[in-house]
Design a protein around this ligand. Sequence first.
Ligand code: ADP
Ligand code: MG
Length: 254
Amino acid sequence: MELTVNDLSVSIGNHAIVQDVALKVTNKQFVGLIGPNGCGKSTLLKSIYKIIKPAHGEVFLSGLDVLRSSPKVVSKQLGVVGQFNELSFDFTAAEMVMMGRTPHKGLLEADHAKDHEIVREALRKVNLESYAGRSYNSLSGGEKQRVILARALAQQPQFMILDEPTNHLDIKYQLQILQIVKQLNIGLLAALHDLTLAAKYCDYLYVMKKGQVYASGKPEEVLSKELIREVFEVECEIYRNPVTQDLGIAYFHM
Ligand code: ADP
Ligand code: MG
């Protein structure tokens, strides 16, 4: 399943937050969206997953016209792991994950044994099997983040959008979460703030600056010290990890 975004602009008040963005995630690619705080990554993603109405533009998931389709139809294909996931009601971790099954059910249809099995498997994948009965609100930020990922896994989507999915996680779970989503072997579009993780896991990157796409390409093409200076306003050296050959970035102050 492919994601195509054309000419997408979002204004809040009379302020242009996202301007004329075009991007593409081809079949089963893991595409990263990077850029400094406030450049419009979350706003762009929210307009793609229908939380914010864009001023203009098109979003297609293969043949599905996302902006003109109902949330129920879109949520059968598209899983979302958002940036902030606070809850006012007290659900258990398992109940939260079961919500991922909603798009596949009729109105008032009960949870079947198969749904419970899918929920258990999703919690197992994020190492939270024993947390099923725990109150979601009592979990740490990182545990909540993994429950939200489990909910998206239970949804069994054909495409997933993630907004800084590794935000509250320590390094072990940052790597684990990105590994899990990569292994799903579906199209992924993820805002990532850690550039070395973006380089390690993404097939392709879009760099945003002030609401626009500033550059795009494969990580090793895009992540130069000139671009990082221009977009993130820091100095750095790019190197190769001597063990893994992964791209590394050493930042410093001038
Ligand atoms: P990022 O995710 O890249 O950090 P955001 O998309 O969250 O950036 O925000 C982009 C810009 O839009 C920021 O300047 C932010 O303050 C502004 N913004 C986002 N949402 C709103 C809103 N509801 N009202 C006013 N400004 C907003
Ligand atoms: Mg954001």
